[in-house]
Design a protein around this ligand. Structure first.
Ligand code: ADP
Ligand code: DP6
Length: 323
């Protein structure tokens, strides 16, 4: 006997960042975060539970993965096997339409797609809210990729109330320009980087306090469709996350010289009256929040410094899709 499920999930870029866990096992964050789901990057994942298999197999971009990577997937699928009371092993085939582990949110689209595919295959019929809590157990940022547009991941008080909620569809001329500075796998994963920061950075307490304020303010900015306020909060929050890493011991930085160049281009565009704001994750790539209608002006300016293939324009993405 075999049962199958397949789903697509889109990546998301945090405007208020998640950087640090209060519970490693259940992936409970120190602070609530808020992101924009993007349509340019996504993952498609198929899961087939099959009673003729003796172990789980995980293919990523058509390549069979090693035992360590597969174990992470098996542990995640166990959550669904337990809930659905099945013990069949599974073959998982996933394709990332995004560079893997480069700070471009592959873990978000990856685990959201896997959660949705498992839900489909096991016929658990989980709600989006429940599904976001399952996705959370794979990777924190995946919690938010269940929904499209602007999404908040509420930090909650325990493992049952830390989930994502859709805030706004972002279909009011919101866009992003992504500058790919380096798409290679990073040396320090987000998971290790945030743990190190929580444990060693004296700035960490101030970061959590600032996020509490920022999340409230950014939701008001979205409600009022105040793009300038939205952008200013985004840019400051992102820089502050990187400041916590610079304060870690030993210090941690994901920036490259070209990341700083891209940030300076954004500042120059702003001086010329184009409202655009940068943010960066655990990698050197720069994401620029902008008016979708002005994205090509920003792209043209960036082309003076970067190759055209390095610059990606995107609008808001949708929530999970069953395939
Ligand atoms: P990123 O910045 O790309 O999100 P992270 O270091 O946060 O990088 O996470 C990368 C990890 O996400 C990978 O090592 C892998 O464990 C997981 N991952 C990436 N793509 C997938 C996928 N399609 N399915 C399941 N897990 C994935
Ligand atoms: C900088 O969600 O990849 O992108 O929960 O350990 O899997 P784990 O980490 P992950 O971290 C994302 C960090 C970030 C900020 C964000 O997306 O909010």
């Amino acid at each position: 006997m075999a049962v199958r499920g397949k789903a697509r999930a889109y990546g998301n870029i945090a405007l208020i960042k998640y950087w640090g866990k209060r519970d490693e096992k259940n992936i409970l964050p120190m602070n609530s975060s808020l992101s924009l789901t993007i349509e340019c990057f996504y993952t498609e994942t198929e899961v087939v539970f099959d009673d003729s298999l003796n172990e789980d197999y995980f293919y990523l971009n058509d390549e069979l993965q090693d035992k360590t990577t597969t174990k992470k997937i098996s542990d995640f699928i166990d959550l669904f096997r337990k809930a659905a009371r099945i013990n069949m092993k599974a073959t998982v085939r996933s394709t990332n339409y995004v560079p893997t582990a480069a700070g471009l949110a592959s873990s978000a689209s990856g685990f959201a797609a896997l959660a949705a595919a498992c839900n489909h295959a096991t016929r658990l019929n989980l709600s989006h809210r429940e599904l976001s809590m399952y996705a959370r157990r794979g990777s924190g940022s995946a919690t938010r990729s269940i929904y499209g547009g602007f999404v908040e991941w509420k930090k909650g008080t325990n493992e049952e109330d830390s989930y994502a909620v859709p805030i706004d569809d972002a279909k009011w001329d919101i866009g992003m320009v992504i500058v790919i500075i380096n798409s290679k796998e990073k040396k320090v994963s987000s998971r290790e980087g945030m743990k190190h920061t929580v444990l060693t950075s004296p700035f960490y307490k101030a970061w959590v306090e600032t996020c509490e304020k920022d999340i409230k303010e950014i939701k008001l900015a979205i409600r009022d469709r105040d793009f300038e306020r939205l952008g200013l909060i985004t840019e400051r929050n992102g820089l502050m996350m990187h400041a916590t890493m610079l304060g870690a011991n030993p210090p941690l930085s994901y920036w490259e010289p070209d990341s700083v160049l891209a940030m300076n281009v954004v500042r120059e565009l702003r001086r010329k009256g184009i409202l655009c704001y940068f943010t960066m994750d655990a990698g050197p790539n720069v994401k620029i929040l902008c008016r979708l209608s002005e994205a090509n002006i920003i792209k043209n300016k960036l082309k003076e410094f970067f190759d055209e293939e390095q610059i990606i324009v995107t609008g808001p993405g949708p929530g999970i899709v069953l395939l």
